[in-house]
Design a protein around this ligand. Structure first.
Ligand SMILES: O=C(O)c1cc(=O)[nH]c(=O)n1[C@@H]1O[C@H](COP(=O)(O)O)[C@@H](O)[C@H]1O
Length: 237
């Protein structure tokens, strides 16, 4: 997985997805299918994207009792996607069950999908963490703690803000994968995101993968926006 950009296909129909991908002349991308698209188009969308050669992050953020997550993951593994996720807040038993389900659902001789855990959503602020969610630790401490639980459970990595990547590296090592949404070009509106960085900052902070949605999908010229992303990522400082 050496492609560092994951494009969030946050559309509500297959038709919109195909119109968007056509702008890329059907070049294989690393795409993310989240709740908005999957709940409308279901497994057939995954089949279609796979047939077009795209790598797929199926982002359904599972968070339930261990047995339910295990059985759900068994089904998701059969779709043959590359990456899936859970909420670390579900705890270690749930995360271990997720892996068991993935292993049970993966055909023999095939590598199971990578599984990562959301530490704290990039839309959560330090203030919200304490005042609303009643988590009496800083954002950084909370993210590192949740990431440690994910690692202890055998997961491959985490979703966090790129701001937290250096700490994750320090505490959990270089091999633990970091997938970081909350990416905006300089001077772009944050919208509902809070812990935001630019593509160049994300690279400097050492993330493995960035997830980018609206900055590309809602741009007036999505292909030009993707080229800008590649330029900014590759620019030597
Ligand atoms: O798991 C995710 O992908 C995710 C976790 C998180 O903490 N924050 C976050 O924004 N995401 C997803 O990343 C994408 C970000 O989209 P944009 O804000 O449009 O770039 C959305 O599809 C979110 O569902």
């Amino acid at each position: 997985m050496n492609q560092p950009f994951i494009v969030a296909l946050d559309f509500s129909s297959k038709q919109e997805v195909n119109e968007f991908l056509r702008l890329f002349s059907d070049t294989p991308l690393f795409v993310k299918v989240g709740m908005e698209l999957y709940y409308q188009e279901g497994p057939a969308m995954i089949e279609e994207l796979k047939a077009q050669g795209h790598r797929i992050f199926l982002d359904l953020k599972l968070h339930d009792i261990p047995n339910t997550v295990k059985q759900a993951m068994k089904g998701l593994a059969r779709l043959g996607v590359d990456l899936v996720n859970v909420h670390a807040a579900g705890g270690t038993q749930m995360m271990k069950a997720a892996l068991e389900g993935l292993e049970a659902g993966t055909a023999s001789g095939v590598r199971r999908p990578m599984c990562i855990a959301v530490t704290q959503l990039t839309s959560t602020s330090e203030q919200m963490l304490r005042a609303e969610l009643w988590i009496a630790h800083s954002m950084e401490e909370t993210v590192v703690h949740y990431a440690s639980l994910a690692k202890e459970s055998g997961l491959d990595g985490v979703v966090c803000s790129a701001k937290e990547v250096p700490l994750i590296r320090e505490h959990l090592g270089e091999a633990f994968v970091t997938v970081t949404p909350g990416i905006r070009f300089a001077n772009e509106a944050k919208g509902d995101q809070v812990r935001v960085v630019t593509p160049a900052e994300a690279r400097k902070l050492g993330t493995n993968f960035i997830v980018i949605g609206r900055s590309i999908t809602r741009a007036s010229d999505p292909y030009a926006a993707y080229e800008r992303l590649q330029r900014e990522w590759n620019r030597e400082e």
